[in-house]
Ligand binder design. Structure first.
Ligand code: EPU
Length: 454
């Protein structure tokens, strides 16, 4: 099997704010896209640079707006951020970290949830931190109670204010025993970023063990942290007095890789995803194969296409090593073309099927059961979250006017429009710049037929 060559770049990045995509569907996507570092590692790694006494270098940083938000937040806190010695690398000099004004933090935080992870590092550096009310995708309540409970256990004083949360650590931060009610990715990162420089040992139980978290642990170890990982989601962290800077290459973005794989499946195309690796995508690849997909793992990436006619599957989103919640949206677009009934159970977020309304408008047969299915086959990790989507196919998709709701839902809308007959108008697409680098450029390189209408 031959690998398509790298395509010439078209200057379409980033997706212009307020623009609408006029997408003419029905053409398979074919070609090569390259994925860079994971959004969900790079942004945390940037925060970790605050903990070092010396300069850090991060490599393969994706050019996405979430990275720009964290960069601005670091800069308002006195970190000097510059380009590194290779494309996509960033250098962070934290030697002059200082408190920032509320207005500055608020202005730069944008729609991101990353500011919450500044708490531990700022408490260590400055003894105080201010976190504005958080944004992020509209996919459920997305509370921060696990974060605040953990910070209190380290000895932080948390004060709610009208525009956010003020934290202080009058007696410094001390190691703690923390048992998370759920293996939350963000709360696990919060504990890691706080415990590495807290006095004494921290024992974290029910931790998230996503590959991006393991990569963050590796990066912190390079900085001088002492972190051990035990079976059954237990992590021990021995606090140290001082950490140095790191030189680290981000783990690849498995969410972006899975998105393009589903785009190949849905449009009946063939996409080589440069930089994708098998190990971190095992669960996805199994489902992809069961749904009628074919893949070939190569030295520098994975080639994806259809194998047979698409087949229905039953999946349940879960924490790692389960099927990621961020994979279900593009998969559902492909499942609208499978013969029979597929079921997707969402157990991570409260509200992550909103994007299916637009697919129904385009002709898909999708029923969302907000309280789960009475007799459906399932293993729901969190009893209170029992939403299910039942997708019955195949249904031809027709063009429609759609407004993108969030990052992953928005990606699935674009793929649905590319699968549909006729011209769709998709608005709000700039949200895709939060997590997909050079999105329009990549679509163009894959042969998508669209115009950007302002
Ligand atoms: N939760 C709480 N309380 C908390 C924290 C989380 O109840 O204090 C709940 C959430 O409401 C949610 C569940 O726990 O129902 C899981 O949330 P988690 O903390 O694991 O998610 P996160 O850290 O906010 C990250 C990614 C998400 C990804 C999830 C799950 C980043 C910036 N975001 O979110 O990525 O879906 O982990 O893997 O790392 C995306 O990339 O589009 C995205 C949303």
């Amino acid at each position: 099997m031959t690998t398509p060559p790298r395509d010439a770049a078209v200057d379409l990045a980033p997706v212009p704010a307020g623009s609408v995509l006029a997408i003419r569907g029905g053409r398979p996507l074919r070609g090569r896209v390259d994925v860079k570092g994971a959004k969900n590692l790079a942004t945390k790694a940037m925060v970790a640079a605050l903990l070092g006494e010396t300069t850090s270098i991060l490599r393969d940083v994706p050019d996405i707006s979430d990275v720009a938000v964290v960069r601005s937040l670091l800069e308002v806190h006195g970190v000097n951020v510059s380009e590194g010695d290779e494309p996509g690398s960033m250098v962070f000099d934290p030697s002059e970290v200082e408190s920032a004004h509320f207005e500055e933090i608020d202005a730069h935080a944008g729609a991101s949830r990353i500011p919450i992870l500044f708490c531990g590092p700022l408490l260590h550096r400055l003894g105080q931190a201010f976190i504005p009310d958080l944004g992020g995708c509209r996919i459920g309540d997305r509370p921060i109670d696990f974060h605040l409970d953990a910070l209190r256990k380290f000895g932080a004083v948390v004060e709610k204010q009208p525009n956010g949360i003020r934290l202080s650590a009058p007696n410094g931060l001390k190691g703690a025993n923390i048992h998370l009610p759920y293996p939350s990715v963000g709360a696990t990162e919060q504990v890691l970023l706080t415990a590495v420089r807290a006095e004494g040992t921290t024992e974290l139980r029910n931790a998230a063990i996503e590959p991006e978290i393991m990569d963050l642990i590796a990066l912190l170890q390079k900085m001088g942290a002492i972190i051990s990982y035990e079976p059954n989601r237990v992590i021990f962290i021995e606090g140290v007095d001082e950490l140095r800077g790191y030189d680290h290459r981000c783990i690849f973005d498995r969410n972006e890789a899975a998105s393009w794989a589903c785009a190949a499946l849905a449009t009946d195309g063939e996409i080589f995803v440069g930089g994708a690796k098998q190990q971190e995508m095992l669960t996805f690849l199994n489902v992809f194969r069961k749904a009628g997909g074919w893949f070939d793992v190569q030295e520098d990436g994975i080639l994806f296409r259809r194998d047979t006619a698409l087949k229905p599957v039953t999946v349940e989103t879960d924490v790692h090593p389960g099927f990621m919640t961020d994979w279900q949206q593009p998969l559902i677009v492909a499942l609208t073309q499978a013969k029979g009934r597929s079921i997707v159970h969402e157990t991570v977020y409260e509200n992550r099927f909103g994007f299916t309304d637009a697919l129904v408008k385009m002709g898909a047969d999708i029923e969302v059961h907000p309280h789960g299915l009475q007799n459906g086959p399932r293993r729901v990790a969190r009893r209170e979250l029992e939403q299910a989507a039942v997708i019955t196919g195949p249904t031809p998709l027709r063009a429609a006017d759609i407004v993108v709701p969030d990052l992953r839902g928005g990606y699935s809308h674009v793929i649905a429009a590319l699968t549909a007959e006729g011209e769709s108008q998709v608005s709000g697409v700039d949200i895709l710049s939060r997590g997909y680098e050079k999105f329009l450029e990549k679509l163009r390189a894959l042969g998508a037929d669209f115009d950007v209408v302002r």
